[in-house]
Design a binder for this molecule. Sequence first.
Ligand SMILES: Cc1cc2nc3c(=O)[nH]c(=O)nc-3n(C[C@H](O)[C@H](O)[C@H](O)COP(=O)(O)OP(=O)(O)OC[C@H]3O[C@@H](n4cnc5c(N)ncnc54)[C@H](O)[C@@H]3O)c2cc1C
Length: 148
Amino acid sequence: MPATRLSANISRIQELTAVGDDKNSRKIVIIGGGFGGLFTALDLNGAGEVTLINDEDHFLFRPMLYEYLSGEVEAWHIAPDCRELIEEQAKFIRGRVTSIDLASKTVKLAEREEPIPYNALVVSPGATTNYSGVEGAEAVRASVSNLE
Ligand SMILES: Cc1cc2nc3c(=O)[nH]c(=O)nc-3n(C[C@H](O)[C@H](O)[C@H](O)COP(=O)(O)OP(=O)(O)OC[C@H]3O[C@@H](n4cnc5c(N)ncnc54)[C@H](O)[C@@H]3O)c2cc1C
């Protein structure tokens, strides 16, 4: 996402989450710790209580997956720990979001019973591969989208 669009979106999120003047009452939940979610969390630093939820414990710098696969870099070069990247700027929860309840403004995780409340929700779970209905394509493809 271009920087200007990201910063416009950040301003919009700040507007939407403004509850009076009390920043501490703003709960901003971000689903997905990729480029979109992680950088939103970093840019929202101080705008409220920011929680980043990702189903992996690490961020993945996907453009360097080729170098990882060819042995030029190690996993730790391209997959730093989410907690280390966001430090004190946001709370990090490792978990997989299974549902969003728009009425009660909560998200549910596979790993915990208690739903997580939000005032503003950023949904940034990335994409999945579309095989365009080509039968058998998934079985023979070589995936270059994660560390496995
Ligand atoms: C090999 C490769 C090379 C690339 N090279 C370039 C390049 O050179 N330049 C460029 O601009 N782009 C490149 N891209 C594309 C770029 O990596 C993607 O556009 C970018 O990663 C998308 O970011 P994102 O935050 O939307 O999603 P992602 O990076 O996919 O992050 C989404 C995160 O959300 C998590 N998630 C998904 N569902 C849930 C859930 N239910 N609960 C909790 N967490 C969830 C995922 O595990 C993931 O960690 C490349 C991609 C690949 C695969």
